[in-house]
Design a protein around this ligand. Structure first.
Ligand SMILES: Nc1ncnc2c1ncn2[C@@H]1O[C@H](COP(=O)(O)OP(=O)(O)OP(=O)(O)O)[C@@H](O)[C@H]1O
Length: 616
């Protein structure tokens, strides 16, 4: 084995994956009990058709041989009138009916299969979305989790092959059993011979499937990067930079390196599979011809009739094909079942951040406000503290501004307030009680945050605003009022279809907006909520200084009586806040009003003067 080829999961791991089949069947059943039942019944009926047809075929041949050697009438009408051929006619009619039934059943199976697969994909996708919604933000920022989610998602993309395989296996097993019964009645050794020849190819198939799975598993991170590269090489969001910086050769080379690595490893497996499986399959062919010779010999010596010869050789041929398919299918199924590990593993992930068993309701109105008590927090997987020994108050009715250099911890404070993360040290309280004691949904419902990296949804302008309170998406007056407060009404007035204009460049009918125009739409989201704490975390950076000032001033006025938190790098805007908190390296360095802070030496005055100089 080349050094960088990942070792396949052990045989036992592969067998162990079959444990996923019962829960998978439970998923199928839940998706549609009626279709599942119909599918099983149809497949069972279909399974018995081949043996029945072959048997009737044998009876027909025996009849024909018997009648032709009995010296009966010489003309067809003679045969008809004598009634000697009645049994034969009936047999042919039955064979025809069986053939028609087989076709019809085949069609019905495909029909049910298509519907059931679709139902299953919908059902699993919804479960994936629901489950993902409950998970922690930290999970989404974790690469290992992303890989697992990616593999789980692949399970539900398009059709789920396992369902079809499973059902086909069921059907083929019944067909095999029916043929085997026939063979055993003639000579049990025929079946033993066949089974022995096929076992090596079963083991071979299993082995190679496990190797392929292991390779895919080991390369999930690469594949995600490949998808990412392909995406940035060809999307509207990146096209500008890709062109200006001439990135496309670099992107293509990076893609090629990753793709080649996979290709080379995959080729090793495929080549080995080719040679090993060729030998193993030849064994099966040998067994078939050995049995065939035995049947011919017995017919020559008169121990078997011509009908028997056709039935047996037909059965044997079919059985071989079926068994091969069954064994390959079985190992393929075990392979598919291993992919299910990812899906079920994803479903078992539980969020660390959740409501307590007996949550407190969030008070309305809030009287005392939020308080950080000696809070320390580190992002998962990072050694350094994003914030540490942080103590601060957010009082009701107050407009507080957070200032500080990049990475000082401003956004982290907001994420902790909304419980997107929980502190590692100290606690954050609301009305003196730990945030963790409150109902999580209610808590998030009472906080309105617009982040600097807010999402530009490819939906209508009205819907983009309604995002702030999606239940109110049909409340047009509320949307219009929010737009007016955020100065987004002027943006919308310029759109040909106004509030119903599709925005963004993702879809053909979408109209793109400028950075500042997008920000105004986003800020309007904040006004959609009945939030008691409103946060603007720099969604105003693309506005010109005057527009930002105006937005902040309105924000302050319109949030009177509630708590407002503003984050900006522009001193011209933050100076209006009732209190300014200066952060440095995750700690509160100073706080006060603008007048107080510029009156004393310190970081604030330093930064303020630096900015003021720029304007002189
Ligand atoms: N998701 C994350 N995972 C790991 N580290 C993070 C993550 N987000 C932020 N950090 C780190 O935490 C620290 C504080 O970041 P934060 O985003 O709170 O800064 P900020 O003051 O909002 O900065 P800016 O002005 O650039 O927006 C930084 O050192 C940053 O690198």
């Amino acid at each position: 084995m080349p050094p960088d080829t990942p070792a396949g999961p052990s045989f036992s791991a592969r067998w162990a994956a079959l444990k996923n089949i019962p829960p998978f069947l439970a998923l199928v059943w839940r998706a549609s009990p009626a279709l599942t039942l119909a599918m099983v019944i149809l497949r069972l009926m279909r399974a018995l058709m081949p043996v029945a047809m072959l048997w009737v075929g044998k009876l027909i041949i025996d009849q024909v041989v018997a009648l032709s050697s009995s010296g009966g009438p010489e003309t067809l009408s003679g045969w008809w009138d004598s009634g000697l051929a009645d049994t034969l006619i009936w047999l042919v009619a039955i064979e025809l009916a069986l053939a028609v039934a087989q076709d019809v059943l085949g069609r019905l199976v495909s029909y049910t299969d298509a519907l059931l697969q679709e139902k299953l994909v919908i059902d699993i996708s919804i479960r994936l979305m629901d489950h993902a919604a409950g998970l922690d933000l930290a999970s989404f920022e974790d690469a290992a989790f992303q890989d697992r989610l990616d593999r789980a998602r692949r399970q539900t993309m398009g059709r789920i092959p396992l369902l079809n395989q499973l059902m086909q296996q069921l059907q083929d097993s019944v067909t095999v059993a029916s043929f085997a019964v026939g063979l055993i009645l003639y000579n049990p050794w025929l079946v033993v011979l066949l089974a022995l020849a096929l076992i090596p190819s079963l083991l071979g198939e299993m082995h190679f499937n496990a190797r392929t799975y292991a390779l895919n598993h080991a390369r999930a991170a690469d594949r995600r990067e490949r998808d990412y590269l392909r995406m940035i090489a060809a999307t509207a969001e990146t096209a500008k930079e890709v062109k200006i910086f001439g990135l496309s050769p670099w992107l293509r080379d990076r893609y090629l390196v990753l793709a080649r690595r996979f290709y080379v490893e995959n080729r090793v497996i495929q080549r080995r599979q080719l040679s090993v499986m060729a030998v193993l399959t030849a064994l099966g062919t040998l067994a078939y011809y050995a049995a065939f010779l035995w049947i011919i010999a017995r017919t020559l010596t008169g121990q078997l009739s011509l009908g028997d010869l056709t039935f047996l050789s037909g059965s044997f041929l079919r059985l071989r094909g079926l068994l091969e398919g069954l064994l390959a299918g079985f190992s393929g199924m075990a392979g598919q079942a291993m992919y299910l590990d990812d899906l079920f593993e994803f479903f078992t992930a539980v969020p660390a951040i959740a409501s307590p068993a007996d949550p407190l309701p969030v008070p309305r109105p809030i009287v005392q406000g939020f308080r950080f008590e000696n809070v320390g927090f580190r992002y998962p997987g990072r050694e350094d503290w994003a914030i540490r020994h942080m103590t601060l108050d957010l009082k009701v009715g107050e407009t507080v501004a957070l200032v500080g250099e990049n990475g000082a911890g401003k956004t982290t404070i907001v994420k902790l307030l909304a419980r997107l993360y929980d502190p590692d040290e100290g606690r954050i309280t609301l009305e003196g009680r730990d945030l963790r004691d409150y109902d999580l949904d209610e808590l998030r419902g009472t906080i309105g945050v617009i982040f600097q990296d807010f999402v530009r949804y490819a939906v209508t302008a009205a819907e983009n605003i309604a995002i702030g309170r999606i239940e109110a998406r049909d409340d047009r007056p509320r949307i219009i009022a929010s737009a007016e407060r955020a100065l987004a009404d002027q943006v919308i007035a310029k759109l040909p279809q106004g509030y119903d204009q599709m925005v963004g460049r993702r879809f053909a009918r979408g109209l793109d907006l400028s950075g500042g125009e997008w920000q105004k739409l986003a800020i309007a989201r904040a006004y959609m909520r009945d939030a008691q704490l409103l946060v603007l975390d720099e969604p105003t950076a693309a506005l010109d200084a005057r527009a930002e000032y105006e937005v902040f001033q309105r924000f302050k006025d319109l949030t009177a009586g509630r708590t407002a938190l503003l984050i900006s790098h522009r001193f011209s805007s933050v100076r209006m806040a009732d209190r300014i908190i200066v952060l440095e390296a995750g700690r509160v360095q100073d706080q006060g009003t603008h007048a107080e802070l510029v009156a004393r030496p310190g970081r604030y005055r330093e930064l303020f003067e630096l900015q003021a100089q720029g304007y002189r």
